[in-house]
Design a protein around this ligand. Structure first.
Ligand code: ADP
Ligand code: MG
Length: 751
C-alpha cells in the first residue's frame, strides 16, 4: 500500500452570493495516495473544480478537515498555503494558464525560480522537462504562438519541473482534439508512476484506459469511488521530493530576526525584479504605454513643482519703490567690504568667481542712471516749444526708463565681435547687426532721478568703438563716463557760494551743482546755467563736501552759458573734476544668474568677507493686491494640478494594469508568494518612473540651454529641494498606483 498524501474528512463548501447560496460540496470523504491516477467525473456544475481547487490549496473550505501527509490543516495560515502550493502541488489547467508573452522556456524557468532555483540552474532543468514533453524545439517561441496541444504539454512540463509529489489537472484535455488528448493522457499516466495525479475530466472514455481510480460526484456529493486497472497501480515508485525541499529551504523565512527578514527580502526582491524585467522586455507595447503615461505625469509635475518653488517667495507680489535703487532688477546685489575699505582688483576677481555671479560692475551708482540712445525707442523730439538747442526749437521727451548704464567692467574683449573696448570717456560698445557703425557718433541722453534732480538730463555725443557679439539692448559705457555722472553720489556734493550778505555774514546763494567735464575748459574755468545768476567777473567761492562731511573750499571763474539751459549741471575742466573725484571704490554692483540664487550668493559673499544686499528686497514695500492674488492663484492651480494628476495616474494606470491581471493568477498557481507578486509591479513601475524622470530632466536641461526663457527662469529654482520634491512626488505616486492595483489584485487572488 502506498503512502497517503491527502485525506478529506467531511469537507463542505458553499458559495455565497447576494441572491443565493450554492452548496458546491457536501461532506466529502476521500483519501488519495501516492501512485494513484484519479479521474474525477460528473456533469457540469457538480463541484469537480471546487474539489480539485480545495485539494490544490487554491480554494478554502467551510467545514470538515483536510489532512496533508497526515497533518491536519486547521491551523494553516496564508503563508502555509503558499508554501503548500509552492512545494507540494503542480497544476495543469484546461486553459493552460501560461504567461503568453513569455517564451516557452521562460514559462518553465519562472516556475523553477519561484521555487528558489538560480537562473542558470533553472534553465538547465527546464530544458530536460521540455524535452520530456517534446517541446525542446520550441523553447524560444512565445507561449501564445503554440498550438493547444503544445500549450498543454508546456503546462505539464511546468508542473513537472516543480518536482512535486502531487499533480492536479482540471480538464487538461478539455480544449484538445482526441488524438492530442490521448497524448496528454499517456503523459499524465507516465507521471502517475511516481506521483499522485488527480484529474478532473468530463470525458471519461478518454481517461478510462489510464486511470487507476474513478470518482464520480453529483450535486456536490460523492456518488461513487471505484478502483480500476489494478495492474497499473503496482508499478509505482514514489519520487524523491527532497530536491525541491532543499531548494525551497533556501528561500524560506524561517531564519528569525532582522537578518532573516533582510535575507528573505533580498531574495524576494531579486525574484520580483526578474519578473519585472521580464514584463518590461516581453511586453514592449505595454512598457512603452506606461512609460509614456508616466512621462507625461513627470513632465507636468516638473513644471508645476517649478511653479510652486518659484512662487514660494512672495517678493514679487510687493510694489517696488525706486527711492533707494532706481533700477528695479531682482538679480542685483550691492556689495561692500565688511570693514568698509576700498575694493581692489583682487576683490573684484574673487567676487566674479563666486558661483552664480555673472557680472560685477564697480561703477555701482551708474547702474541707477538711465540712458536714452535710440530715437523713437528711447526718446523723441517734441517740436514747437523752444527750450534748448541752437536755431532749431525742440524739446526732448523720454519714452521709457528701461535702459540703465553699465560700465565696461561687465564685459571683456571676448564679448566683442568687432572693434575694441572703450578707452576714452566718450566711447561706448553696443550690439548692432553690421559693424559699419564702428566709429560713428551717437547722441545720448542721461537722467538720474536719485542722483541729480528729477528733471535733469545730461546729453553728450559718444563714439561707438566696439560691437558686441550677442544681441542686447544694453550699451556699455566707459568707466570714466559712469563715474563722472555718478560723481555726486560717489565722491561728494558741489556747491557754489555767492552774493555775500554782510549783515547776515553769509552767502545768499548756495546752489548745489552737478559737475560734468567739458573738454574745452581748462583750469578752474567753469560754465553754468544763466538761471543761477552767478557773477561772471572775478572768482566765485566753491565748496566741495565729501561723503564723510569734509569740506574743501576753492574758487572758480564762471563763463556765461550761451545756451538757455535750465539744468543744474556745472561744466568743469577735466583737471578740476579729478581734483575732487575720489577714485576709491567702496561699493559695487553684482548681478546673479537669477533671483533664486540670492541667499546662496549673499552667503557665499559673506563667507569671503563681503556684505551683500539685494537691491530688490530692500526696495519692495507694500503688497500689491492684484499680484498677491495672482500668486495665490498660481499656487492653488499648481497644487491642484499635482493632486488631479495623482488621481488621474492612480485611476488610469490601475485600470491599464488590469489588462494583464491574469498573469498574476498564473504566478500564484505556480507557487509565487503574494509578497513577491506585489513587488513585481513595484519594480516594474520603478523602472518606468525612473526612465520617465530621467527623460524629463534631460529634456528640461536641453530646453533650458536651447534658450527657452520660461524653462530657464524656472530651472534656477530647481535646487536640491525642488528635485527632491519632484523625485518623491513621482516615486511615491507610482508606489501608490501600484499599491492600489495590488490591493485590487489581492482581493481577486483571494476570491
Ligand atoms: P464543475 O467544475 O463540476 O463544473 P464547479 O466546482 O466549478 O463545478 O462548481 C460547483 C458549483 O459551485 C456550481 O453550481 C457553480 O455555479 C458554483 N460555483 C463555483 N465557483 C463559484 C464561485 N466562485 N462563486 C459562486 N459560485 C460558484
Ligand atoms: Mg469545472
Amino acid at each position: 500500500m502506498q503512502k497517503t498524501r491527502i485525506r478529506l474528512d467531511n469537507i463542505s463548501k458553499s458559495y455565497y452570493s447576494e441572491t443565493a447560496v450554492t452548496q458546491a460540496l457536501r461532506k466529502i470523504n476521500l483519501t488519495f495516495s501516492e501512485g494513484e491516477f484519479v479521474a474525477i467525473t460528473g456533469e457540469s456544475g457538480s463541484g469537480k473544480s471546487t474539489l480539485l481547487n480545495i485539494i490544490g490549496g487554491m480554494d478554502s473550505f467551510d467545514d470538515g478537515e483536510m489532512y496533508i501527509d497526515g497533518e491536519p490543516t486547521f491551523q494553516y495560515d496564508d503563508q502555509d498555503w503558499e508554501d503548500y502550493r509552492q512545494k507540494k502541488i503542480g497544476y495543469v489547467f484546461q486553459d493552460y494558464s501560461l504567461i503568453g508573452h513569455y517564451s516557452v522556456l521562460a514559462n518553465v524557468v519562472s516556475a523553477l525560480m519561484i521555487m528558489g532555483y538560480e537562473r542558470q540552474e533553472a534553465r538547465k532543468v527546464a530544458f530536460t522537462y521540455l524535452e520530456q514533453v517534446g517541446l525542446s524545439e520550441y523553447v524560444k517561441h512565445r507561449a501564445n504562438e503554440l498550438s493547444s496541444g503544445q500549450k498543454q504539454r508546456l503546462s505539464i512540463a511546468r508542473a513537472l519541473a516543480k518536482n512535486t509529489g502531487i499533480i492536479v489537472a482540471d480538464e487538461p484535455t478539455g480544449n484538445l482534439d482526441s488524438e492530442t488528448g490521448e497524448q496528454i493522457m499517456r503523459l499524465l499516466k507516465e507521471l502517475s508512476k511516481t506521483r499522485l495525479v488527480i484529474m478532473v475530466t468530463h470525458n471519461f472514455e478518454q481517461a478510462e484506459r489510464y486511470v487507476t481510480r474513478k470518482i464520480r460526484i453529483h450535486d456536490g456529493e460523492l456518488i461513487s469511488d471505484v478502483q480500476m486497472n489494478k495492474e497499473l497501480a503496482d508499478e509505482v515508485t514514489a519520487i524523491n521530493e527532497e530536491n525541491s525541499a532543499t531548494l525551497t529551504e533556501n528561500s524560506d523565512t524561517n531564519q528569525g530576526g532582522f537578518r532573516g527578514w533582510l535575507n528573505s527580502f533580498k531574495k524576494q526582491s531579486k525574484l520580483a525584479f526578474f519578473f519585472a524585467r521580464k514584463n518590461c522586455l516581453t511586453l514592449p507595447g505595454r512598457s512603452l504605454l506606461f512609460t509614456m503615461f508616466l512621462l507625461i505625469v513627470s513632465v507636468v509635475s516638473f513644471l508645476f513643482i517649478g511653479q510652486l518653488f518659484m512662487n514660494a517667495d512672495d517678493i514679487f507680489t510687493k510694489e517696488y519703490s525706486q527711492k533707494g535703487f532706481y533700477k528695479a532688477n531682482a538679480t542685483r546685489l550691492v556689495v561692500k567690504k565688511e570693514d568698509g575699505s576700498t575694493f581692489t582688483d583682487e576683490d573684484l576677481e574673487v567676487i566674479s568667481k563666486v558661483n552664480h555671479v555673472i557680472v560685477v560692475d564697480s561703477c555701482d551708482f551708474a547702474n541707477d542712471i538711465n540712458y536714452y540712445i535710440e530715437e523713437d525707442r528711447d526718446y523723441e523730439y517734441l517740436r514747437g516749444r523752444r527750450i534748448r538747442g541752437e536755431g532749431e526749437s525742440k524739446v526732448v521727451s523720454f519714452l521709457n526708463e528701461s535702459h540703465f548704464m553699465m560700465s565696461t567692467d561687465c564685459i571683456d574683449e571676448g564679448d566683442l565681435a568687432a572693434g575694441r573696448l572703450p578707452e576714452a570717456r566718450n566711447e561706448i560698445v553696443l550690439y548692432a547687426d553690421d559693424s559699419s557703425i564702428l566709429g560713428e557718433e551717437r547722441l545720448c541722453y542721461f537722467t538720474a532721478a536719485n542722483i541729480w534732480d528729477v528733471n535733469e538730463c545730461y546729453q553728450t555725443n559718444l563714439v561707438v568703438t566696439g560691437i558686441l557679439k550677442n544681441p542686447t539692448e544694453q550699451v556699455y559705457f566707459s568707466k570714466e563716463l559712469c563715474n563722472m555722472l555718478s560723481m555726486d553720489m560717489d565722491s561728494g556734493e558741489y556747491r557754489l557760494y555767492y552774493n555775500y550778505d554782510y549783515t547776515k555774514e553769509d552767502y545768499k546763494q548756495k546752489p548745489r551743482v552737478v559737475p560734468v567735464i567739458a573738454d574745452d575748459l581748462r583750469g578752474n574755468l567753469v560754465r553754468i546755467s544763466h538761471k543761477f545768476e552767478v557773477p561772471t567777473v572775478g572768482y566765485v567761492d566753491f565748496h566741495f563736501e565729501d561723503r564723510d562731511g569734509e569740506v574743501i573750499e576753492s574758487e572758480v571763474r564762471v563763463l556765461p552759458e550761451t545756451n538757455a539751459s535750465t539744468t543744474d549741471f556745472m561744466e568743469v575742466s577735466e583737471e578740476f573734476f579729478y581734483t575732487y573725484y575720489s577714485k576709491e571704490i567702496k561699493q559695487i554692483s553684482v548681478y546673479m544668474t537669477s533671483y533664486a540664487k540670492t541667499d546662496e550668493v549673499i552667503k557665499a559673499l559673506a563667507d569671503k568677507g563681503y556684505l551683500a544686499m539685494s537691491t530688490y528686497r530692500t526696495s519692495v514695500t507694500e503688497y500689491l493686491e492684484s499680484l498677491v492674488s495672482e500668486r495665490l492663484i498660481i499656487i492653488a492651480i499648481s497644487a491642484g494640478v499635482l493632486v488631479v494628476l495623482a488621481f488621474a495616474q492612480i485611476l488610469i494606470l490601475r485600470s491599464l494594469m488590469k489588462i494583464k491581471i491574469k498573469d498574476f493568477f498564473v504566478l500564484k498557481f505556480i507557487g509565487m508568494k503574494l509578497q513577491v507578486i506585489k513587488k513585481i509591479s513595484h519594480f516594474e513601475f520603478l523602472i518606468y518612473t525612473a526612465i520617465a524622470m530621467m527623460i524629463t530632466v534631460i529634456a528640461m536641461w536641453v530646453l533650458r540651454y536651447s534658450g527657452v526663457a520660461m524653462i530657464r527662469d524656472m530651472m534656477w529654482y530647481y535646487e536640491f529641494g525642488a528635485y527632491a520634491f519632484f523625485v518623491l512626488y513621482n516615486l511615491v505616486l507610482s508606489a501608490i498606483t501600484v499599491a492600489a492595483f495590488n490591493h485590487l489584485l489581492k482581493g481577486r487572488l483571494n476570491a
